[in-house]
Design a protein around this ligand. Sequence first.
Ligand code: PLP
Length: 470
Amino acid sequence: MSNYIAEPFRIKMVEPLSITTRAQREEAIKLANYNLFSLPSKDVYIDLLTDSGTNAMSDMQWAGVMVADESYAGASSYYKIRDTVRDIFQYRYMQPVHQGRAAEKILYPCLLKAGQYSVSNMHFDTTRGHVGLCKAKPVDLVVPEAHDTETVYPFKGNMDVERLENFIREKGAENIGVIVMTITNNTAGGQPVSMANMREVAAVAKKYQIVLNIDAARFAENAMFIKERESGYADRSIIDITREMFSYADCFTMSAKKDGIVNMGGIIGVKENQELFTKVQALTVPFEGFITYGGLAGRDLEALALGLYEALDENYLKYRLGLIRYLGDKLRAGGVPIQYPTGGHAVFVDARKVLPHIPYYEFPGQALVIEAYLEGGIRGCDIGSYMLDPDPETGKQLQAEMELARFCIPRRVYTQAHLDHIADTLISVKDKAETLKGYRIVWQPEVLRHFTAQLEPVNSDILFQEGARK
Ligand SMILES: *Cc1c(COP(=O)(O)O)cnc(C)c1O
């Protein structure tokens, strides 16, 4: 089992957490209609809903907040973020925006025509949404290893390059608007993409003259995985590995709420295509605001410029990947099946294996995250059939390929003792798995139901007798 790698920082400011009893949590989850998104955060002890925008900033970033320039046009904080992006990624052009989906909203209409395809290792859900808004079709061609939670494979986030080239030949290069490499591959469980794979995908993109875009939310975590796992990179610096990864692409969209280590922000990068960048700027003004602030305050730009460099610190990344690995190993040692090897930002528990008696239409992933909340005050998220909207034509419940319960780890926020509490909680949930019941939906919106749907336990009496005994 891996050791916990001690934090390369110490604590200078604290935020109290609310500690609740199981009885209080039973009341809270009932009031939230068994939807974790409806829980007030004050009822949550350890919040693992997402690693997006939930990061802790450093003392230097907070100092940056104070010295930032809030001028409407040409603020010094804008030049700082522009020069930082040029330095780290070696792209000529950059546009700040307020978050990742804003970058997608602006860039994808510049790349995709109606009826074309966007081909990716795996589209993140907002990316998929923006491809759809362009009336284009998203296609995921991740390597098959990604769908097997147990096989040890170092780069489960990779694109299946053979299928990519076959797909382009079959549909015709003129019908592919963009190739998107998501690093790390969030939807596959924060799994990394290798440099060799980036290089091969870039060669295909070049051969068929298709634009290659990087969905760069977790670029630094991906660079560290390459350093740890890919031969030839052990002695290269993280900034160097980052520059090589980005040298293969034409542009990137970034949600800076992840590896930017800030609470809000996004970036569009364009390597050298001036015509494309002119279009990006033209759309930024009506959607996000003037080009030198792009929907962000000067203080956000300043904090992001510093956060991007902090994310490249090797000691930080070693600790960051180490702690997810530590949690994953602890869960496995306790008999909890997870997506393995663990990815860069979360552990994914295989809820189908923990709760084989709960059918997909009673949502094993959701049942698991609800019990994790009741048991230990932890907030996770279902990534399974509950997250899938019903078939738009038949209205039938669809079955997801995997039933997962996701627990994301915010950056620089929780300590080893918190991780031990998370592991102990999930192990107890697994130990009482047979007593858990499924859930049914009593109300749902038309789309993206998992954020707002209301549920109830399938057999509420038994669930609550079980709960009351603790
Ligand atoms: C979070 C994320 C996005 C969307 O970014 P937001 O900042 O949430 O709008 C896009 N792609 C990936 C891979 C992400 O993780």
